[in-house]
Design a protein around this ligand. Structure first.
Ligand code: ATP
Ligand code: TZE
Ligand code: MG
Length: 262
């Protein structure tokens, strides 16, 4: 696990272009900025080419799109592929809303993502595995999470992160699990969106996207775990503030000291 990539990221300060959702856009911008990347957002299809051109990675969040935004998402994904910029997709709630799954599957015929990051309900839906997703949350299922993540990665020929209490990262064959984290992530809407954009930031500084994805998961989960441990009785509001501080201030040595992965 290349935790030192965090120092590279902070040194390079890569621009990450995000199409975010209106619910969590502030978290995504500030999370990236606090960690050491440079976020930029846009809702205008006419500037898609320039936006991708100035960025070192792109993250497309499918959290709350209109039909106009779907056109923009498709254009940005196509341009990212043409310009060989790393492309991360966050398929929010595709397991809970049939329309979203149809839109996501259609988008995936127009461009190829390098990494897909979702919870169990979302990754199961993209892999066509039976699962009871609950809105934006993972929901419940009985399937083997590693097998589901691998099936999704093989089907879509990309790296897949199936996040949750344990994050599963796979390229379809190799599998790494990140065991760090805190249940407080679940009481802050947008934890997943932040992680997806941070995955893109690591892909900007590490061309092996399997490595970039696992490092992003470890860094994010370990920082959350560390801030949760540091303050007893932390609640949802203070956790999100402490998490921002942690993203900015946590060192690679502090992450290495608690890193738990297999
Ligand atoms: N119970 C838990 N214990 C430890 N870490 C967790 C737990 N649940 C989620 N996480 C961590 O929270 C982060 C976000 O993952 P999660 O699977 O919750 O995304 P999500 O469902 O898309 O979230 P969101 O609704 O915020 O978009 C990951 O770093 C993951 O490791
Ligand atoms: C709550 C919510 N609804 C659509 S997107 C979103 C934020 C989590 O992605
Ligand atoms: Mg999510």
């Amino acid at each position: 696990m290349k935790v030192d990539l965090l120092d590279t990221l902070r040194h390079q300060n890569p621009i990450v272009f995000n199409i975010s959702n209106f619910v969590t856009v502030q978290d995504v911008a500030n999370g990236l900025n606090a960690l050491g990347a440079s976020p930029i957002m846009s809702e205008e299809v006419a500037e898609a080419g320039e936006m991708v051109g100035l960025s070192s990675a792109v993250c497309l969040n499918l959290g709350a799109f209109t039909q106009t935004q779907v056109e923009q998402i498709r254009k940005v994904g196509e341009v990212a592929n043409q310009q060989h910029k790393p492309l991360v997709i966050d398929p929010v709630a595709v397991g809970a809303v049939a329309y979203r799954k149809m839109v996501a599957n259609n988008l995936l015929t127009h461009f190829h993502p390098d990494v897909i990051r979702g919870n169990a309900g979302e990754i199961a839906a993209l892999a066509d595995v039976d699962w009871q997703a609950k809105g934006i949350d993972a929901g419940e299922g009985t399937g083997d999470l590693v097998a589901i993540a691998q099936a999704c990665a093989q089907k879509l020929n990309c790296v897949v992160i199936l996040s949750g209490p344990t994050d599963v990262i796979t390229d379809g064959t190799r599998v790494v699990k990140v065991l760090n984290g805190t249940p407080l992530f679940q009481v802050h809407v947008g934890s997943g969106d932040m992680l997806s954009s941070i995955v893109a930031a690591f892909c900007a500084v590490e061309p092996d996207y399997f490595e970039a994805a696992q490092t992003a998961c470890l860094v994010f989960a370990a920082i959350g775990e560390r801030v949760a441990q540091a303050t007893p009785n932390l609640g949802a509001g203070s956790f999100s503030v402490q998490l921002m501080d942690g993203l900015q201030l946590t060192t690679t040595a502090q992450i290495n000291a608690i890193a738990a992965h297999q």
